[in-house]
Design a protein around this ligand. Structure first.
Ligand code: ADP
Length: 446
């Protein structure tokens, strides 16, 4: 009976720390919408709210073949996107790995490598109709200060890239010059963030799509905004433009930050930055769980107070482990036991230990899903599309984490009530390349 009581105490304490109440969700929605407004008013005060220069969505009737280059991190993809009308798309793609030597070398070598890959891809996949040149959209998932639909300067590198001569320079010019050096006939007509690409690609098949969200390694969102709502935009105020929110940087007292989140942030490569992202995205969820588990071991509540070198190693507990544990519905939590034995070097877990571990995963996963839903609610409230709107969502978390989607949906109901019925959350896959191709096509003649 004593042991049962201790277990219940542990559960209650964790619930208290990690549960996001309905009223907290409401506060976050209000606060986030106001941060959107501040970011739209002026640069440098709040969320970046970057104008994408994309002012229209495709009709779904476009027919053409366009290239896309998608640089996310260590992989990059070259795609040929065939738009076939009636919202149908066919994509042929090839993945390449960027060697570390090139990430850390000179920008010229790096962009020459991209041009070589495109040249090889075009030789393998000559366009039908033998056109004498290609239109290309460039998805570049690094922070870029966009200055036109196909120009933008890199603010700073991340994800292990340090190539020289690129920061502060227009990345499209660098790419275009590499094509010229290599005598590849390609015209780069769009520079696109992956959230913007996801939104546009989904709109091709579903014209009700006004929001694109990434829930993967990181998190971000873009949406279609009225230019009259963007005071900092110096151009004409008629019509609409997709805004890249960079919502991963959202930070406000309304967020349910725990001591565990603070520990993660302090030890991270970018303390005090990307706070919303650190509560939500695939890069961090496993690490939050690991930090909580080590603290429960330290207090003697877990694993009989005995840890392991693997459990003590930062980022060694992957978010995919949480998925596996949440999927373990066996009476003895046998798969969770296997996971701890095989992957974390802990062979002495009791059933109560495993119940605690599963509960921690559920709480951290639930919190992430509810906060993601709050972000989406803030956007759909901001643009007043409660009468019907599709949100395109890409990323492993949304696609693979069990219950993530239904937890988001439940939270949306708590926040929006019956209006949540009109907000459709749809899985988007590999949209960023397709979206870049569509945007390149729509802006080909600018
Ligand atoms: P990216 O965002 O880098 O383009 P993904 O959308 O595939 O790529 O997201 C990768 C992230 O998803 C990683 O942080 C990884 O931890 C997480 N992840 C991978 N598989 C799973 C899974 N089965 N369940 C939950 N998270 C996962």
């Amino acid at each position: 009976a004593d042991a049962d009581e201790r277990l219940l105490d542990t559960f209650a304490r964790l619930d208290g720390l990690l549960t996001v109440s309905s009223s907290a969700l409401h506060q976050i929605v209000v606060s986030m919408a106001s941060e959107f407004r501040r970011g739209l008013a002026k640069d440098g005060r709040s969320l970046k709210m970057i104008p994408s220069f994309v002012t229209s969505l495709p009709s779904g009737q476009e027919i053409d073949s366009v290239l896309a280059l998608d640089l996310g991190g260590s992989n990059f993809r070259v795609c040929q996107v065939q738009l076939q009308g009636h919202g149908r798309v066919r994509t042929t793609q090839r993945k390449y790995t960027v060697p570390d030597r090139l990430k850390e070398g000179t920008g010229t070598e790096l962009f020459d490598f991209f041009a070589d890959c495109v040249a090889e891809f075009v030789r393998e996949h000559p366009p039908a109709g033998g056109s004498d040149g290609h239109t290309l959209g460039f998805t570049f998932s690094f922070p870029v200060q966009q200055t036109s639909i196909n120009h933008g300067t890199l603010m700073h590198w991340s994800k292990g890239f340090t190539a020289s001569g690129v920061v502060g320079v227009d990345v499209v010019t660098l790419l275009q010059q590499a094509f010229e050096r290599k005598k590849v006939k390609v015209n780069v007509t769009a520079l696109v963030n992956d959230t913007v690409g996801t939104l546009v690609a989904h709109a091709y098949t579903n014209p009700q799509t006004y929001v694109g969200v990434i829930l993967g390694t990181g998190t971000n969102a873009a949406y279609m905004e009225r230019l009259s709502e963007v005071p900092k935009w110096a151009g004409g105020k008629d019509g609409n433009m997709i805004i890249n929110t960079e919502w991963g940087a959202y930070d406000a007292p309304a967020l349910p930050i725990t001591e565990f989140d603070q520990a993660l942030d302090r030890a991270s490569a970018n303390p005090k930055m990307q706070i919303f992202e650190k509560l939500i995205s695939g890069m961090y969820l496993g690490e939050i769980v690991r930090i909580i588990l080590t603290s429960l071991v330290a207090s003697g509540e877990l694993f009989g107070g005995r840890t392991s070198p693997d459990l003590n190693r930062p980022y060694h507990f992957e978010t995919a482990y949480m998925s596996r544990i949440e999927r373990d519905h066996s009476l003895e939590l046998a798969d969770t036991m296997n996971l701890f034995t095989d992957l974390l070097g802990i062979s002495w877990s009791t059933l109560d230990d495993r119940r605690i571990v599963k509960h921690v995963c559920q709480l951290v996963g639930l919190r992430a899903a509810r906060l993601s839903a709050a972000g989406i609610a803030a956007i759909v409230t901001k643009i007043n599309c409660l009468d019907g709107c599709t949100v395109a969502i890409d990323g492993s978390l949304f696609e693979q984490y069990p219950h993530f989607q239904s937890r988001m949906r439940d939270a949306l109901y708590e926040i929006l009530g019956i209006n949540a019925d009109n907000i459709i959350l749809e899985q988007a896959r590999d949209g960023s390349g397709q979206g870049a191709a569509l945007i390149a096509l729509l802006h080909r003649n600018e």
